[in-house]
Write a protein that binds this ligand. Structure first.
Ligand code: NAD
Length: 311
């Protein structure tokens, strides 16, 4: 059956990625409908009618979108985090939801190291910095991104620690990292890098209690989601501990007090990106978009549901 796939991206993919998505769908004799750089939810609500599948990025798919998408069978988030999809609403409408895990892991990992080096070298201000070799990094969540960071950390001669209750300690050891038994245990190490999804359990979970346990030069790296960190607590720590650093891809919602707290140590004690940039590479764009298209074809043609998400 000829299917129609809607590519609904408020922030468009690079043109080269769209071409590759198009090729995958063309091969399957599917039609690609594009809604790129749309400005209002009404445009999305109008576009979803009649489509069999959707590829999205950070676009919101909630009950109101599903209501208008009467033919929709599957929605794929080209990327890892899927807090923008209402999974319960999908389940109620019997719409399969998927993400494309791992496709942007290396992009995020390289950004983590980029930020760590800029901070360790004092934002290249001419003063003496420090090296990453022999330093310790602890991962909160040990999925695709954390493992990619761990691989780079091994190359840098760092020692890795990880807390992930969903992965057996033995497996973490096999991968060359030291399992940590509690979240608090992570904060004994100089670098803590967040790689958990945003859930009720992780929301605002990085608080003053944990952050104040970090040793001298304690540095929190957040490429997960901004909401995982308790914003006011983080601000308090930056104000009271002159040695503390916060490197984030996902900038705090109210950034001005953060900038004021670090003053001229911006770029050293505080680094944030203009917008979420972890997965913003040509490679990650291509990988995630193409994976989404392939997963849609696999779903319809072979009943593949490997990356289905549970509500
Ligand atoms: P993943 O699904 O491969 O890994 C997530 C890991 O977290 C899993 O191993 C899971 O077992 C673990 N986990 C879940 N709940 C936990 C908890 N309460 N405590 C400890 N561990 C827990 O996902 P990923 O590709 O590694 O991405 C991780 C997160 O990073 C995503 O959910 C997304 O929000 C974010 N992300 C951001 C960017 C960016 O552009 N900055 C890009 C990719 C991913």
């Amino acid at each position: 059956k000829a299917r129609t796939v809607l590519l609904a991206t408020e922030k468009a993919f690079a043109a080269a990625a769209v071409t590759k998505i198009e090729e995958v769908l063309k091969e399957a004799k599917y039609t690609l409908k594009k809604l790129e750089n749309y400005k209002s939810k009404d445009e999305l609500l109008a576009a979803v009618s009649g489509v069999d599948a959707m590829i999205i990025r950070s676009d919101i798919v909630d009950a109101s979108v599903l209501e208008k998408a009467e033919a929709l069978k599957i929605v794929v988030r080209a990327g890892a985090g899927y807090d923008n999809i209402d999974l319960k609403a999908c389940e109620a409408k019997k719409v399969t939801a998927m993400n494309t895990p791992g496709q942007n892991a290396n992009a995020v990992a390289e950004l983590v190291f980029g930020m760590m080096i800029v901070s360790a070298r004092n934002n290249f201000d001419g003063s003496s910095g420090f090296e990453l070799v022999n330093r310790e990094i602890a991962f909160y969540g040990f999925g695709a991104v954390a493992r990619a960071v761990h691989k780079l950390a091994q190359g840098f001669g760092m020692k890795s620690f990880a807390y992930d209750p969903y992965i057996p300690a033995e497996k973490i050891k096999e991968m060359g990292a030291e399992p940590v038994a509690t979240v608090a245990g992570l904060f004994e190490h100089q670098y803590v890098s967040l790689h958990v999804p945003l859930t009720d359990e992780t929301k605002a979970s990085i608080n003053k209690d944990l952050l104040s346990k970090m040793p001298k030069g304690g540095t929190l790296i957040n490429t997960a989601r901004v909401e995982v960190v308790h914003e006011q607590d983080m601000l308090d720590i930056l104000k009271t501990r002159q040695d503390f650093c916060y490197l984030c891809d996902v900038a705090p919602k109210d950034i001005e007090p953060f900038k004021a707290a670090v003053g001229d140590k911006f770029g050293k004690r505080l680094i944030f990106t203009k917008k979420k940039m972890g997965a913003q590479t040509a490679e990650a764009n291509d990988n995630a978009g193409v994976a989404a298209a392939n997963q849609i074809v696999g779903f319809f043609e072979k009943g593949e549901t490997r990356f289905s998400l549970k509500a």
